[in-house]
Write a protein that binds this ligand. Structure first.
Ligand code: UD1
Ligand code: MG
Length: 453
């Protein structure tokens, strides 16, 4: 007995006042359609089908291999939208589970519940309803004296009395496939000219058939996004869901309403995330860390006991006990080993900083390897962009002391335990255990080593 998930996503989303199709607007950093696709993959036992129309090409590209698509060339209503899937689905499945791409916070449990209700239903439809104070322009559920569902009436067509009804049509349906395709093709347009999917409920009742209904309790689930106000509402609800989850897992959030953690992020216990911090993409944070305030961490891996304050990290790796900021900037390929300290206005890109490296003040380190315990003085720059318009590497050994305001013109290497004087411009390799000063820098002395001492 098979159930195919069908997502309606062809609508314009006129009320969004946007050039972007509604299903591509972002929630929690991801397009709305992603939420529907994930749900569909979770609950159906057949490949998902998405009905696209407005902005079809962009949606088709995003959906890719993850679902089949049917195109609704003209947006003539939800009933007409579903009918476009008939060619693909008719005769091949037992049940069709339908919902709209604009309801991203629906849970798999709700979808599963309506499928389960339909499985035991002798009639052809089961729907999801919710009792809510705010009616949100939803269709109202009309019930008979005996409590059975009689019809769904759209707000625009409802009488004053019907408008006061608090039981709403959430917009999630499970249909008996054989019955539905026939009735759908016979559907008449409403006075507005649209074919209402919801009219099938009245059709079933007129045939003396039972319409099943289940109720959803969680207010967040029924946030349908028709306007940007709804989008912000959904964003807050999603944030609350995610942040509550992390607090329950042992993460301290000082101000959960102002902490922005993407669903894809991982965080260890006893980490504190301070306000106005954005953890995004494929980011993981270890335990015992302090992140924020005012930080953005995107696609980065942070080890245990790190501190990141007022900083921006992107595709960076921090091992344990690393300390960044305030006002640090770590870019793609920055790898800070255990115990590294990057202070204010430090920028690191595509570089490895070995254990215990100290870079306390404004400096730029790009395309470089820095050995353990090396100290990088204020104002240091790895000049990685050559006259040949190519990027070159700087190699700095262990226990090196780079004096303030040193320019290292790559490609260049500085040997272990070497020093550079303040303001030196290093254009040639500096041997281990030596000191180089001046512009351009020259070696002035060899420090004593085990070999010559
Ligand atoms: C619909 C329901 C309403 C329900 C509400 C819940 C109908 C007639 N009404 O109203 O009872 O309370 O959802 O959110 O179904 N779409 C298409 N093609 C179209 C029109 C719409 O694919 O021609 C898609 C939209 O992209 C959207 C979904 O169907 O994802 C719902 O359309 P929308 O216009 O938002 O319907 P509502 O007015 O919200
Ligand atoms: Mg809607």
């Amino acid at each position: 007995m098979s159930t195919v998930p069908v997502i309606l996503a062809a609508g314009k989303g006129v009320r969004m006042r946007s050039n972007l199709p509604k299903a591509l607007h972002a929630l929690g950093g991801r397009p709305l359609i992603e939420y529907a696709l994930e749900l569909g993959q979770e609950v159906g036992d057949q490949p998902v089908l998405v009905v696209i129309g407005h902005g079809a090409e962009a949606l088709r590209e995003l959906v890719g291999e993850r679902a089949r698509v049917a195109v609704q060339a003209e947006q003539l209503g939800t009933g007409h939208a579903l009918l476009q899937a008939a060619v693909e689905l008719r005769g091949n499945v037992d049940r069709v589970l339908v919902w709209a791409a604009d309801m991203p916070l629906l849970s798999a449990a709700t979808l599963e519940a309506v499928v389960a209700r339909q499985r035991e239903n002798d009639g052809p439809i089961s729907i999801v309803t919710a009792v809510a104070k705010q009616q949100r322009g939803f269709g109202r559920v009309l019930r008979a004296e005996d409590g059975s569902v009689q019809a769904v009436v759209e707000q625009a067509d409802a009488t004053a009395e019907q408008r006061s009804i608090r039981e709403l049509n959430v917009g999630v349906y499970c249909f008996d496939s054989a019955w539905m395709w026939d009735e759908l093709s016979r559907l008449q347009p409403s006075t507005s000219g649209e074919y209402y999917l919801t009219d099938l409920i009245g059709v079933a009742v007129a045939q003396g058939l039972e319409v099943g209904a289940i109720a959803v309790e969680d207010r967040a689930e029924i946030i349908g996004i028709n306007t940007r106000v709804h989008l912000a509402e959904a964003e807050a609800a999603l944030r609350e869901r995610i942040n509550r989850g992390w607090m329950e897992c042992g993460v301290t959030l000082l101000d959960p309403a102002n902490t922005y953690i993407a669903a894809s992020v991982q965080i260890g216990a006893d980490t504190t995330v301070l306000p106005n911090t954005h953890l995004q993409g494929a980011t993981s944070v270890g335990s015992g860390c302090s992140i924020g305030p005012n930080s953005v961490v995107r696609d980065s891996a942070i080890g245990d006991r790190c501190r990141v304050e007022c900083s921006v990290l992107e595709q960076a790796t921090l091992e344990e006990d690393v300390d960044v900021g305030p006002f640090g900037r770590l870019r793609a390929g920055a790898h800070l080993a255990r115990g590294v300290h990057v202070g204010n206005f430090g920028e690191v890109k595509n570089s490895y900083l070995g254990p215990q490296v100290k870079m306390g003040h404004f400096s730029y380190v790009g395309d470089a390897t820095v050995g353990a315990r090396t100290n990088i003085g204020a104002g240091t720059v790895t000049c990685n962009y050559g006259m040949d318009r190519k990027k070159h590497r700087t190699e700095i050994g262990e226990d090196v002391f780079i004096g303030s305001d040193t320019m290292m013109v790559a490609p260049v290497s500085i040997g272990a335990r070497a020093r550079t004087g303040a303001g030196s411009v290093v254009t040639r390799d500096v041997p281990a255990d030596s000191t180089a000063v001046g512009v351009p820098a020259r070696v002035i002395a060899r420090r004593s080593t085990d070999d010559d001492g």
